[in-house]
Design a protein around this ligand. Structure first.
Ligand SMILES: NC(=O)C1=CN([C@@H]2O[C@H](COP(=O)(O)OP(=O)(O)OC[C@H]3O[C@@H](n4cnc5c(N)ncnc54)[C@H](OP(=O)(O)O)[C@@H]3O)[C@@H](O)[C@H]2O)C=CC1
Ligand SMILES: CC(=O)N[C@@H](CCC(=O)OP(=O)(O)O)C(=O)O
Length: 398
């Protein structure tokens, strides 16, 4: 990574991204210089492979949940971010390794209740908290903290719509005004200048990545978009629920949230932004007997004179320079297994047997590109780092 070196309170040299000043928007992380003022948290795990202190101190709120654990897993190989704060609710007081033994080798702070958290040792936070709680918690946080919120609290711009779909008035409308929607392939420039980013939902990520470029290029009709989507059970979080017991989930699939799923307005907001007019979709999610992975099968009508080859070609050229989106070769079927554990979205286009229609298939790992990987991609961008830092894991197979 190209960088400039500054002396620091760590007594080490801290590497800052060369383009750090580009992010100096008055709320700038680097101008504050807070990254260089905390000698007490320096640990071996806070040193990168070059022996320099990692520059950015990160808090993970909701570290005992699935997305929190996934952030911790990804940050283990991040050369510049170290974790200085972890919170939990029922599991506050426990060590992270006792809650997630697969990550026991990492040296990490114990998880504490968010009310006891001291943010003076933190430059940026990932909020991996249940919907509805983040907006209350972050409105009390210092206004210089960089925040990536993985919940749905700040994704909908229209607060009436938020109230309608989430069943409660928004509790931090003043913060909503500064939020940037964190889908890097669409809003990269805005994210680079953001302090507060709303990380997209998993289903909306898998749908917008293929549809936004096609809508922007007027290659598909805005009516009759049908999305049939499927998710692994980790999408529902780690908290115990009867409906998610092995006996309820295994050896079967079922639809849920039919016509009422909270991701409908988020998908429609993204597609409407792309088209400049109101887009509505039919969206039905299904729960699959697998831990992680998500597929959206999307049925579209092509614009007059357009073929599925045009759609494929346009997606190929749109994502030619995107590291995390792979448009597969003609005829290759995207499979959730092939993106498992990675930040990739794989997609492809197929002709329908009905003339004029096409079928688009997009797959992601709901916990990575659908949540924590995308969140890390966003924080990298917000701080001026290459967006793939800590994210180059190849998919796990089998
Ligand atoms: N799972 C997924 O695939 C995706 C999830 N998301 C969103 O990310 C967020 C986190 O999801 P996920 O990790 O799956 O959820 P989990 O249920 O697995 O984890 C929730 C975390 O929040 C903590 N917590 C619960 N209630 C409170 C509270 N009142 N105050 C403070 N902390 C609390 C929990 O602590 P404790 O364990 O101690 O109770 C736990 O650490 C959610 O908003 C979810 O909608 C977004 C995209 C995908
Ligand atoms: C399988 C499952 O239950 N999945 C979750 C989606 C997870 C997600 O992205 O949701 P948020 O919008 O809450 O962040 C659901 O359908 O609610």
């Amino acid at each position: 990574m190209s960088s400039m070196a500054l002396g620091s309170g760590f007594g080490n040299v801290v590497s800052l991204p060369k383009n750090a000043s580009r992010n100096s928007n008055g709320r700038s992380f680097w101008i504050r210089g807070s990254a260089v003022s905390s000698p007490q948290i320096l640990e071996t795990s806070n040193v990168n492979s070059k022996g320099s202190a990692k520059s950015v101190r990160v808090g993970v709120l909701g570290a005992s949940g699935y997305t929190g654990a996934e952030i911790v897993r990804l940050l283990a190989s991040h050369p510049q971010f170290c974790i200085t704060l972890m919170t939990a609710d029922r599991k506050a007081g426990l060590s992270f390794g006792s809650v997630f033994p697969h990550l026991i080798t990492q040296k990490l702070p114990d998880m504490i209740a968010v009310k006891d958290a001291d943010f003076s040792n933190v430059d940026a936070v990932f909020c991996c908290l249940p919907n509805g709680t983040t907006q209350e918690i972050i409105k009390g946080l210092p206004n210089w903290l960089m925040i990536v919120d993985l919940s749905a609290d700040f994704r909908l711009r229209n607060l009436n719509e938020y109230e309608e779909w989430y069943g409660q008035p928004h509790k931090a409308p003043e913060l909503q005004k500064e939020v940037i929607y964190g889908l890097p392939e669409v809003w990269r420039e805005e994210i680079q200048n953001a302090r507060l980013v709303a990380n997209p939902g998993c289903y909306p990520t898998s749908v917008q990545l293929p549809l936004v470029p096609l809508i922007k290029a007027h290659l598909i009709e805005l009516k009759n978009i049908i999305i049939d989507a499927k998710s692994g059970v980790s999408g529902a979080g780690r908290a115990a629920k009867e409906a998610n017991l092995y006996t309820e989930i295994s050896e079967g699939i079922h639809a849920y949230g039919i016509t009422k799923h909270r991701h409908v307005p988020e998908i429609e907001q993204g597609l409407s932004d792309a088209s400049g007019s109101n887009v509505t979709v039919s969206f039905t999610p299904h729960l699959m007997p697998m831990s992680r992975g998500m597929q959206s099968t999307i049925y579209v009508e092509m614009s007059s004179g357009v073929t599925h080859v045009d759609l494929h070609q346009h997606l190929l050229s749109s994502y030619e320079h995107e590291e995390f989106v792979r448009v597969l070769d003609k005829g290759a079927v995207p499979h959730t297994r092939n993106v498992r554990g990675s930040n990739y979205c794989y997609m492809n286009v197929f002709p329908d047997r009905i003339p004029g229609r096409a079928i688009i298939i997009s797959v992601i790992d709901n916990l990575v590109k659908g949540a924590s990987g995308q969140a890390l991609q966003n924080l990298n961008l917000m701080l001026g780092y290459p967006e793939n830092l800590g994210l180059r894991h190849q998919p796990l197979f089998p």
